[in-house]
Design a protein around this ligand. Structure first.
Ligand code: DUC
Ligand code: ZN
Ligand code: ZN
Ligand code: ZN
Length: 483
C-alpha cells in the first residue's frame, strides 16, 4: 500500500520547494509533482519536513534515588505528538557494571517504544573491561559515549578516565559526549550553600554558575584534542561554554554543541518563584541562565557554532521533586520537553525570524542525523530514506498545558506558552501516527537504529599530536634512550 503527501511545500535543511512525497511501506520512494498513491494526505498550506530527532533523552532512567517518570512508551508518544520521530537515549551502567549488561537492561525497557530510538553509552567508570566492551558496543551500532564531568561520587569520571576513554573513542571511530560541569567545584559550592542555610531550589542555580560549565567545556575540548577525538558537548547553556566551542571550531577542531529548548526559552528567574514546587520543577543541570546567555545560544544556532537543539527530557513528578524539600541537592535533576521542543522552537525561533525554516530542520533533525551517523536513513526527505515525516501546519495553535500532554508528569515547564506551528500529520517509518489531535502511536512500533562509526577522515582535530610527537635528542656521552 502506498501513501502520498500532496500539495505541500517540502522543507529540508538546504532547500524549500513544492512537491508531493510518495511513501511505500517504511520508505520514501518518490518526490515530485502530482504523485498518486492508495492513500492521500492533504498538506495544503503545510510544510513537509523530516521528522524531528531528539538526540538527548533519559527515559525510565535510575537517577538520584528514583526513576525518571516517562518510560519509552509515554516518552516516545510525547515525542511523536510534537513531531519528533526518533530519540537517542542514554544507557547508563552503574559504576562497576558491565556495559553489555546495562545495554541488555536498556534494551528491555524499549519493548513499548512508539518511535525509533538509539542509545549513547555512558562511561561511568574505567578499566580493562570497559576498554574491551566499548568495541562490542560500537559493533552493536552504538557509536557515541557519554562522560559526566559532574555528579561527584555517582556518575562523574575524572580527567584520567576521560582521557583514556576519549583515546579509545578515537581508535574506534566513536564520538565522545560530555556533560560539562566541574563536579568538584559544584560539590564544594553545594556544601557551602547548605552550611549557610541556603537550601531552597534557587541555591541549585548558585551552585552551578556558568564558570563551572565554561571550565569543564574548555577542559573537555583540550582533552579531546590531545586524544585525537571529536567532541559533542551536551546541554550547552551559557556563553562561557559556547565561547569555548566557537574558538575550538575556528581552530579546525571537530567540536559540536547542543543547546536545549529549555535554556533557549526559560530563564533563571524561574528559581526565584515564591512557590517551592514551581522552582523545584525547573531544577535541572545545568540550570536556566539569564537573557545574555540565551541570546548567545540563539546566535550560535544562527551562526552554526551550535548545531542541534535537544531536550534532555528527564521528567520527574512533583512528588519526586519533593525529595529535595530542605536540601536542594536532593531534588531530582531534570525537566521534560519532548512534546514541546519542535512547536516551541518554531514559535520562538522561526516565527520571530531568529531561524529560517531550513535552519529549523537542520537543528531539529538533519544535523543530528549527520553528526550521529544515521544520515540519510534519518533526517532527510530523499528517495530511500525512512518515511519519518512531519507535515507541519504553521497556523495550528495551542496553549501548552500539562492537562493535555502525553508525558505522565503533573506539570509542564512551558505551561501557558502559546505556540503557533504544530504537526498536522506525522508518519513514523510510513505509519500514520499523528493526525492533528488524534494519536495513533503504537507501542512496540519503534525500532533500534544502528549507527556507523566515523570514517577516519572525520576524527582528526588539531595538529597537536604531530607537533608534539616525541623526538629523541642524541647527546655526547649519554645514551639516547634512558634504559
Ligand atoms: N541533567 C539533568 O538535569 N537531568 C539528567 C541528567 C543531567 O545531566
Ligand atoms: Zn504496502
Ligand atoms: Zn547532563
Ligand atoms: Zn542528560
Amino acid at each position: 500500500m502506498s501513501k502520498v503527501i500532496k500539495n505541500g511545500t517540502i522543507v529540508t535543511a538546504d532547500r524549500t520547494w513544492k512537491g508531493d512525497v510518495l511513501v511505500k511501506h517504511d520508505k520514501i520512494i518518490g518526490i515530485g509533482p502530482d504523485l498518486h498513491g492508495d492513500h492521500e494526505y492533504d498538506a495544503t498550506g503545510c510544510y513537509v519536513m523530516p521528522g524531528g530527532i531528539d538526540p538527548h533523552t533519559h527515559l525510565e532512567m535510575p537517577f538520584m534515588g528514583t526513576y525518571s517518570a516517562d518510560d519509552f512508551e509515554s516518552g516516545t508518544r510525547a515525542a511523536l505528538a510534537g513531531g519528533t520521530t526518533m530519540v537517542v537515549d542514554f544507557c547508563l551502567p552503574a559504576p562497576g557494571q558491565s556495559l553489555l549488561e546495562a545495554l541488555q537492561m536498556w534494551d528491555n525497557k524499549t519493548s513499548k517504544a512508539c518511535a525509533d530510538f538509539s542509545f549513547h553509552m555512558a562511561i561511568t567508570w574505567w578499566g580493562e573491561q570497559v576498554f574491551n566492551e566499548m568495541a562490542t558496543v560500537v559493533d552493536k551500532g552504538i557509536t557515541s559515549f557519554k562522560h559526566f564531568m559532574a555528579y561527584k561520587g555517582a556518575l562523574m569520571v575524572d580527567d584520567d578516565e576521560m582521557y583514556s576513554s576519549f583515546q579509545r573513542c578515537a581508535a574506534l571511530g566513536a564520538l565522545p559526549l560530555v556533560h560539562a560541569e566541574n563536579g568538584d567545584v559544584v560539590a564544594q559550592l553545594q556544601q557551602k550553600l547548605l552550611a549557610q542555610g541556603n537550601n531552597g531550589p534557587e541555591a541549585h542555580a548558585y551552585s552551578r554558575p556558568p564558570e563551572v560549565e565554561g571550565e569543564a567545556t574548555n577542559r573537555a575540548i583540550m582533552i579531546a584534542d590531545m586524544a585525537g577525538a571529536p567532541l559533542y558537548v551536551v546541554h550547552v547553556s551559557c556563553e562561557q561554554a559556547h565561547e569555548a566551542i566557537r574558538r575550538a571550531r575556528q581552530k579546525g577542531m571537530r567540536v559540536f554543541g547542543e543547546p536545549l529548548v529549555q535554556h533557549l526559552t526559560l530563564d533563571e528567574t524561574e528559581y526565584m518563584n515564591k512557590d517551592w514546587d514551581h522552582a523545584a520543577r525547573r531544577v535541572m543541570s545545568p540550570p536556566f541562565r539569564n537573557r545574555l546567555h540565551q541570546d548567545s545560544l540563539w546566535a550560535g544556532l544562527q551562526a552554526g557554532s551550535l548545531q542541534v537543539v535537544a531536550t534532555d527530557h528527564c521528567a520527574f513528578t512533583t512528588e519526586q521533586k519533593r525529595f529535595g524539600v530542605g536540601d536542594f541537592t536532593k531534588i531530582p535533576n531534570g525537566t521534560g520537553g519532548l512534546e514541546d521542543r519542535m512547536p516551541v522552537l518554531w514559535t520562538r525561533g522561526v516565527n520571530t525570524g531568529r531561524l529560517t525554516m531550513n535552519e529549523f530542520v537542520a537543528v531539529t533533525s538533519t544535523n543530528i542525523a549527520k553528526i550521529l551517523n544515521m544520515y540519510p536513513k534519518k533526517g532527510a526527505i530523499v528517495e530511500g530514506a525512512d518515511a519519518d515525516i512531519v507535515v507541519w501546519d504553521p497556523k495550528r495553535k495551542k496553549t501548552i498545558s500539562s492537562k493535555n500532554q502525553q508525558s505522565v508528569i503533573d506539570y509542564n515547564v512551558f505551561e501557558g506558552f502559546e505556540v503557533t506551528g504544530m504537526p498536522r500529520f506525522v508518519l513514523s517509518r510510513g505509519e500514520l501516527v499523528i493526525q492533528e489531535a488524534d494519536i495513533m502511536a503504537k507501542p512496540g512500533h519503534g525500532e533500534f537504529v544502528v549507527r556507523e562509526p566515523n570514517a577516519a577522515v572525520n576524527r582528526a582535530l588539531s595538529k597537536w599530536k604531530e607537533i608534539t610527537a616525541p623526538r629523541q635528542v642524541e647527546r655526547a656521552g649519554i645514551p639516547a634512550s634512558g634504559v
